[in-house]
Design a protein around this ligand. Sequence first.
Ligand code: SF4
Length: 346
Amino acid sequence: MQPWAEILLGWYEEEKRDLPWRRSRDPYAIWISEIMLQQTRVETVREYYHRWMTRFPDIRSLAEADLDMVLKLWEGLGYYSRARNLHKAARLITDEMGGIFPTSYKQILALPGVGPYTAGAVASIAFGLPVPAVDGNVLRVMSRIFALPEIDQTSVQTAIKQLVADHFPPGREGDYTQALMELGALVCVPRRPLCDCCPLTGQCQAYEQNTQSLWPVIREKKPGKEIKRLVVVIKRGDEILMHQRPATGLLAGLWEFPGVEGSLKKELAPKFTDEYGLQLKVGKHLVDAIHVFTHLQWDMKVYEATLAGDDELGGKPDFRWIRLKELEQLAIPTAFRRIRQVLFTN
Ligand code: SF4
């Protein structure tokens, strides 16, 4: 019987999607696409990738860019630490590696924001190294083919990585990595795999046992914690007071409409003074907005406000007055885009 990896590669040749990053072996381009594709749909990435590569065609142009500009280009993709790490890594490669993208798995893995999956993908696709890149898609495909349904278990993940590594076809390492991902994305999909279109029915144990919709076994995730927030749009003429979040933690370093935890309007001004040392005069209710992160949800009540009395910020570098029309240029997390939209339509 023909080995399954060979059949898979034959299918990939015929069926693969024409994606812009697949036209390149440039490790920089592949790295950018792999980082963008984390938790983001291919169709969304296409557009961002095109804009990014036009603005930052190589490592040097990214390293020389201002972080604000990088974040602005990333706006809407979410998980902004990915953009910050790309920028940091580009500077590291420029300053310490002579501007040459690292060529070994270990060196790629050492770059900021790069985990084993991304390092494996870049190493195999750009450099033809036989290093597995195992993400959720690949785990699902392999768990079905080899009857290893308990993919939550570390021992099962290790076994799957080993199986992927054992079947690297010499000279086609990058295609093999992408073929596994492609089968998971197009055919061996989570709920109802399209087995009728699959080249591997003869090799697949889930298909043989008719368990393809039951495998892999997914345990229910606990719902994210719900946090109520009171958020303010502080106005001064045609300017808005924006706050830069701390350099670490949730939405690190991004600009936000400032807020505090709580749900009652009367709590807002005193809590705001406690947290930021600024006196508020709270005005009318503007909008409610919800934002769901992976592990928590913000339920936001948004109010207009002005600073009470003296509106000098008195040495608070994390606050800045921004003209309303300049808000468009600021990288604002998706969580706050609804508020910005309301400001522009009011
Ligand atoms: S036969 Fe079905 S379950 Fe098995 S790999 Fe193909 S699509 Fe997935």
